[in-house]
Design a protein around this ligand. Structure first.
Ligand SMILES: [Zn+2]
Length: 163
């Protein structure tokens, strides 16, 4: 009775040598960013101070450094974007990079935006890379789908053979 029930349970087919061979190869965990803890670093602080939310970081940047990021919600990989600028600001001071400025409440803010060619190129690069990751993930999923179908067909054939 119990054996018949477990065999019919499709969600938990139990270990088989075939699965052990195939499934570790097609996992896309390395590309799944859903569970990844994001860490934003301030581009201007020398020490890599980590912020868990972009809102906290943007507040710090505005108050401490008078630096804003335009259209931050459109940046594909904000972590890498910030890391890039962190490295750049170590090489050159902010006023030497030709960043556009914005006046607000009689204060002048530097603005990281795509008016600056270097920024624009960085945003595009991150966009292309994100697209490639999505394509790779899709390909992996399709491969897994095909493999699952093959396993299903094969196990059906083996089952019929053993009868
Ligand atoms: Zn800072």
């Amino acid at each position: 009775m119990e054996e018949a029930m477990s065999a019919a349970d499709i969600g938990n087919p139990g270990p088989s040598p075939m699965e052990a061979l195939i499934f570790p190869e097609v996992t896309d965990d390395d590309l799944d960013e859903g569970n990844k803890q994001v860490e934003y670093i301030c581009p201007l602080c020398k020490e890599r101070k980590i912020y868990v939310t972009s809102k906290e970081l943007f507040f710090h940047m505005r108050i401490e450094h008078k630096l804003l990021i335009a259209d931050s919600h459109l940046i594909c990989d904000l972590e890498r974007y910030l890391n890039y600028w962190h490295d750049r600001f170590q090489e050159e001071p902010i006023h030497a990079l030709g960043l556009p400025t914005s006046e607000e409440d009689n204060k002048t803010y530097y603005v990281l935006c795509d008016q600056l060619q270097e920024d624009s190129e960085l945003r595009q690069k991150l966009q292309v890379e994100r697209l490639n990751i999505i394509l790779r993930t899709q390909q992996k999923r399709e491969t897994r789908c095909v493999l699952l179908k093959s396993v299903f067909v094969l196990s059906g054939a083996l089952h019929r053979k053993s009868l």
